[in-house]
Design a protein around this ligand. Structure first.
Ligand SMILES: Cc1cc2nc3c(=O)[nH]c(=O)nc-3n(C[C@H](O)[C@H](O)[C@H](O)COP(=O)(O)OP(=O)(O)OC[C@H]3O[C@@H](n4cnc5c(N)ncnc54)[C@H](O)[C@@H]3O)c2cc1C
Length: 453
């Protein structure tokens, strides 16, 4: 079959890997010059890697890890110590470590040993999280009617643990507050946390997600005959009388014809190009239920090390919710002699919630972030800031607010030769690299199933 895929994020590339492996003719059309979508990384004029966002691989990402292995990139990421680290004022850290015992004992003992939680926090957490640890998919889906804060309070868990532990996790997962995010994704994560010891450990790419994952995927697809076009923006579809796609038109007027067409576009881009005729289907109208979460990634290059933490960090009460010193966590990039790095820290910080920051000038945002860095990392007060960058994404992953999950579309659409991939489509993960990878696998399987392959 000849299959056209629009969008070269993880979802589009994963679908292409599946389809070229089955011997099909695959063409990918990507609107930007760089592949990877929200995972994309590019070099600026100093030779520095600029990330769309700091990206972590979780132990539970089975599909993504299987793709990394398939494309020969299984050694391109590195596991870190198994703990949640919260950066506090003046260089202090609060650490929620897991004891080296089987789940849930590793987590229960870890919780009891944590010194920044009160006895009441610990008792209410262990008691209150029990339904999440023992729950199944039906239970999790049933909790999509309320926000995480509502669920947390309903279970009688302490307010202190909500603010101290889980607020940063909600912001890291979906860039929205616990009183906005649905309970469903949060308690799904707790389930992983409490039942599968390795599922919640973190890994960093040895270089960055672009070089360590997207580039090997590109090479693999092309080595199997797949063709990838950049600067190739899908503009609209021309339809047959039965509303199936006759051809796709790119922005430059180029026409694409194929046996089947896959959209691996973010949902907000897809909404803009949907033919009016298709809106008679609830399936396509439902896409308008999704709203993107704004987020900003800030990178700061310092002339000396301001921390020695080789892991992901979280923070409460700062503009950055989650961050890392990538000069430490990513041993094959951001090192002395590479671009602007001179052996000092290179902080990559995810700023969330970001709606109030989007319209502020970059220099102003950087100043605010640096002030907070001084507050958390005393060594930074004597350090010189060599360089800073800001990447704003006004609509990143969809906001996982209550009652939206049920609108996630199947990969098979009502239009016979049109299919959807993307982190927002229906699969059991929240919008994430794993969700995008799963959607790529599912769309390939379902497409081939529909055509009897
Ligand atoms: C700051 C940040 C941090 C994150 N951290 C993590 C993390 O630590 N772990 C994790 O698992 N996930 C993380 N995520 C989420 C993860 O990046 C996404 O869920 C995932 O990459 C989405 O992949 P996708 O292929 O579905 O969509 P996208 O990556 O958005 O890919 C869609 C592609 O379609 C292209 N496109 C759009 N319109 C057109 C058009 N008209 N024609 C052709 N092409 C078009 C886009 O340019 C893009 O390349 C993070 C996201 C952000 C923004």
């Amino acid at each position: 079959m000849r299959i056209a895929i629009f969008g070269a994020g993880v979802a589009g590339l994963a679908a292409a890997v599946e389809l070229v492996d089955k011997g099909h003719t695959v063409e990918i059309y990507e609107k930007r010059k760089v592949l990877g979508g929200k995972v994309s990384v590019w070099k600026d004029s100093d030779g520095d890697s600029i990330e769309s966002g700091l990206h972590i691989v979780f132990g539970g990402y089975e599909q993504l890890q299987s793709y990394l292995k398939r494309v020969g990139a299984e050694d391109n990421y590195q596991w870190k110590e198994h703990s949640l680290i919260y950066a506090e004022e003046n260089g202090k850290q609060s650490v929620f470590g897991k004891a080296n015992l089987r789940s849930p004992w590793g987590e229960i003992v870890g919780c009891l040993q944590t010194d920044f939680l009160t006895l009441w926090d610990k008792i209410s957490l262990i008691k209150g999280l029990y339904p999440a640890i023992t729950g199944n998919e039906t239970y999790f889906r049933g909790q999509d009617c309320m926000t995480y804060s509502e669920w947390h309070r309903l279970k009688g868990i302490s307010e202190h643990s909500l603010q101290k532990l889980w607020r940063a996790i909600a912001l890291a997962m979906n860039f929205i507050e616990p009183n906005v995010i649905s309970a469903r994704p949060m308690i799904t994560i707790f389930n992983y946390f409490g039942t599968n010891y390795t599922a919640t450990r973190f890994a960093f790419f040895r270089k960055n997600p672009g070089d360590s994952m997207i580039e090997p995927m590109r090479q693999y697809i092309q080595s199997k005959g797949g063709r990838i076009f950049v600067d190739a923006k899908l503009n609209r579809f021309e339809l047959n009388g039965d509303t199936t796609i006759r051809e796709a038109l790119l922005m430059d007027g180029h026409k694409v014809t194929a046996d089947a067409y896959i959209s691996a576009l973010p949902v907000h881009n897809l909404k803009k190009i949907l033919p009016l005729e298709w809106l008679e289907h609830k399936y396509f109208r439902n896409l308008h239920e999704f709203v993107g979460s704004p987020v900003i990634n800030c990178q700061l290059w310092f002339d000396r090390k301001i921390t020695d933490t080789d892991n992901l960090m979280f923070s409460q009460g700062t503009l950055f919710a989650t961050f890392a010193d990538v000069s430490i966590t990513c041993p094959d990039d951001f090192q002395s002699g590479m671009g602007s790095a001179n052996g000092g820290s290179v902080m990559s910080l995810v700023l969330a919630p970001a709606h109030q920051l989007l319209d502020m000038p970059n220099g102003f945002i950087t100043d605010l972030v640096v002030k907070e860095i001084h507050n958390r990392f005393p060594k930074s007060r004597d350090a010189k800031l060599l360089k800073s960058t800001i990447v704003k994404i006004p609509q990143s992953v969809y906001k996982a607010v209550p009652d939206v999950d049920k609108f996630r579309p199947d990969q098979i659409s009502p239009v016979k030769n049109f299919f959807l991939a993307g982190d927002y489509t229906d699969q059991h993960y929240l919008a994430s690299m794993e969700g995008a990878a799963l959607s790529g696998k599912l769309v390939a399987e379902k497409l081939l199933g529909r055509y009897g392959n």
